[in-house]
Design a protein around this ligand. Sequence first.
Ligand code: ADP
Length: 488
Amino acid sequence: MYLIPFMKFTSSTTSSPSTATAAESSWSTGGFWAAAVRLGIAALGVLILAFSITLRSQVHTALWVMAATVGGGLFITWLVHFLVRRRLRSPLQELNEVFENMTEGRFDLPLTRETARSYPELAESLAKMSVLVSGRMRHLKAQRDQLRTVIDSLVEGVIAVDEDQRIILAGGAALRMFGLSESTAIGRPIWELVRYPQLQEWITQALEQRQLIQGEMSIHSPEDRILAVSVARLTGQPAPGAVVVAHDITEIRRLEKVRQEFVANASHELKTPITSIRAYVETLLSGALNDEEHREGFLRTIDEQSERLDAIVRDLLTLSHIESEGANLEEIPTEVGPIVTRCEEHYRPAAERNQVSVILKPPADPVIIAMGEEPLETIISNLVDNGIKYTSAGGTVVISFRAEEDRGVIVVEDTGIGIAQKHLGRIFERFYRVDRGRSREQGGTGLGLAIVKHLVQSVGGSLDVTSQVNKGTKFTVSLPLGDPERIV
Ligand code: ADP
């Protein structure tokens, strides 16, 4: 850019020195000195004069030329620099954007042709890397989703915490068990959300020690549950955390309790007649055999107690049979009428003894139930037997049945002693009796209604009871109707 004045210098030396216009037209710093050399002292005076006259305007012009020259040069330099820079910066910027997108997990930003042309190798490597990384990311995501699904579908509640006991992962069962929501649980200390000192202690122990910690704990929120918990330290140095696995054992414990109670009750029920039988046998053996007045009475009691023992064992066997195999899996249809008549006949002597009338109210059309004969008879027998047992002299037991849509409904209603409301929910439990003395006196085993309930449930039926003390009790059994074509 600074060459321009010297080019002017060259042009001034070729023009005529005698013409002022030529001299003036080539006015410049370089032109002045060339003229001075050529024309000598005389010309120098003229030139100095001319210079002095035009000095101001010439300097002014020269300064403008110089400024314009410098400015133009600067502008061109900047322009060249700008264009070069733009050409270089644009692909780099683009590459940078692509990398930034990749770090955010987006691999779908293609490079422009210009960038690919400018940096072909880099563009190729980038494309390869993009395919590789996006593939790995997809694979990792699929694995993570798979793991999440597995953890969520586990019955056990799984919670993983870091070394500061902050929750890093919580499975669906764990969230439900402890009443947590994943969005608020992740990242928070477990002791802030699950406030059971026992659990905190186990986690602390697991983080400090290497062994697996196991125990049982009860929680009361969102509902009462018993949990079998194991806490294991996650491997790594230092321990990166611990994993808590909680198994809901509430139902197992409840069943264990029921079983324990059942065994205790059954033992007690069996022990009573056995004790009685043994006592009378011992009495007879120690001399009462010769006691003509009492020995028959003793033997009668032994007979009654062995009958009672037999009844309990039979009922226990029936219950165990229903529980293990169901009532009648083939569901052979049975007509209700003949079974009800048979039951009435069977219990007539007992009813007469208690001075209770048993009344049958059969419908006009036969009712066929999808249940075998034996279990149906067991249901009706137990209800009729109870009606007679718990109704005072002069009372009645009415047996009716009908078909209702796809159900056969059997109703056994008595005018007996009734059952207080507080006992109604429990009379179907094994060995539960409202009045133990009266039940025993009547030869009850305490298992009749438990058997009825199990049989009804085994065919998808339902059982309902309503009662009023001293007014009477009504049992309603609803069973699925059977196919008349299949009746045997
Ligand atoms: P149990 O052999 O003692 O009769 P169940 O299981 O048949 O045993 O009945 C349980 C208890 O329910 C009975 O002990 C009795 O207290 C009560 N109960 C059953 N049926 C009747 C009824 N029809 N009227 C009054 N109480 C009844």
